[in-house]
Design a protein around this ligand. Structure first.
Ligand SMILES: NC(=O)c1ccc[n+]([C@@H]2O[C@H](COP(=O)([O-])OP(=O)(O)OC[C@H]3O[C@@H](n4cnc5c(N)ncnc54)[C@H](OP(=O)(O)O)[C@@H]3O)[C@@H](O)[C@H]2O)c1
Length: 337
């Protein structure tokens, strides 16, 4: 009898991940000529998981929809034309539907070799790449500038803080607890702001009256407005996400059009969506992995342990609660060699 494995699918569209998600079991596939069969060891949990289950991430999504995106694991079988990998190799992958499953069939061109399947390598794949590519290729990251990062202690925020600091900038980071603020100090953030105990706009008015040069903005809502209003001359805001509005949907607001905030300061807002920057992946991935291995980058993995496919809804809700620090991951059993 063929061996089976478990994966998580959305069987209905909903921003309530638990309501949408269903564990299903299917036969373990064999790789086609250019494919690898990977036994996933860790999968990344992302703020956008609820956008995926809502059917908003991919306009062409149909049900049942395979869930999860990045994973890392061990190659356990290869197709007969595969030249770039062999059984036993560790790889990291990022494909829609490729994350929340015990086994993953992937084209060899979509698997990046890593020294071993680790949560750190996994977190670089999307969280690290987003920060690195957005800041450097779109945000024109300079030095001696004032950079503000929102959700700064989160999966991607922690990279943005460190990369901006390593480039020689003054970095402000927003977060919701003193524990996260202490973590931000540890990774080089010059001015953590716990937005539950300090008013972000008041801090920026008092301490940064020249305005912000670059903003890595991932929260949305009123915090986005505050960031736009505090852009300095030639200030650039990278709109990375709006996690505060994912569950209930974007608030409809009525106010002056956005150019009233921008033109007088030659300021700009750039939307950023990682899949549109695939040509930059290899270079940034190499640089991030090298910096992580040499200890220049402190990649924090949240210490809550989530094990197995069944634990994924708990992990997604944990991230959505805003309590996590660093990257949230789910782990699966280790591959038997
Ligand atoms: N555009 C792209 O290609 C791309 C790629 C990766 C990620 N992103 C975006 O980057 C953002 C962060 O994603 P992530 O996966 O790395 O998540 P994360 O930062 O690890 O977790 C989300 C964090 O957002 C903060 N937050 C603020 N208000 C929140 C709210 N109302 N509900 C939940 N969390 C809230 C929380 O930290 P504090 O409140 O303590 O700050 C929370 O820990 C998201 O907007 C995501 O969509 C975009």
């Amino acid at each position: 009898m063929a061996e089976t494995y478990k994966k998580l699918v959305a069987s209905t569209f909903s921003t309530d991940f638990r309501e949408a998600a269903e564990v299903v079991e299917e036969e373990r596939p064999s790789p086609g000529p250019h494919e690898l069969l990977v036994q996933n060891r860790y999968a990344a949990v992302n703020a956008t998981d609820v956008n995926i289950t809502a059917g908003r991430y991919d306009a062409d999504a149909t049900l049942p929809l395979d869930l999860g995106v990045e994973a890392t694991g061990t190659v356990i079988a290869v197709g007969d034309k595969v030249r770039q990998a062999e059984v036993g190799d560790a790889v990291v992958t990022s494909t829609l539907g490729g994350g929340y499953r015990e086994y993953h069939l992937v084209h060899e061109s979509n698997a990046i070799p890593v020294p071993k399947p680790s949560p750190e390598a996994l977190s670089i794949m999307v969280s690290g790449l987003t920060a690195s590519i957005a800041l450097e290729e779109v945000g024109n990251l300079g030095n001696d500038e004032t950079v503000l990062v929102t959700a700064a202690a989160g999966g991607t925020g922690q990279y943005a803080v460190q990369l901006a600091r390593l480039a020689g900038n003054h970095v402000i980071g927003t977060c919701s607890t003193d524990e996260k603020a202490a973590f931000l100090e540890e990774i080089g953030c010059d001015r953590p702001i716990n937005y539950r105990t300090e008013d972000v706009a008041a801090v920026l008015d008092e301490e940064y009256s020249d305005g912000l040069d670059l903003v890595y903005e991932a929260v949305g809502g009123p915090l986005f407005d505050t960031c736009v209003q505090h852009l300095g001359r030639h200030g650039r805001l990278l709109s990375i996400g709006y996690v505060s509005e994912y569950e209930d949907g974007p608030e409809k607001i009525t106010r002056e059009r956005i150019y009233t905030d921008l033109i007088g300061r030659s300021a700009s807002i750039h939307g950023f969506f990682l899949p549109h920057f695939a040509t930059h992946f290899e270079v940034h991935m190499k640089k991030l992995m090298q910096r992580q291995r040499s200890g220049v980058l402190d990649v924090r993995i949240d210490d809550r342990v989530f094990e197995g496919i069944e634990a994924i809804p708990d992990a997604v809700e944990y991230l959505q609660s805003g309590a996590s620090m660093g990257k949230v991951v789910v782990q699966f059993p280790e591959a038997q060699q």
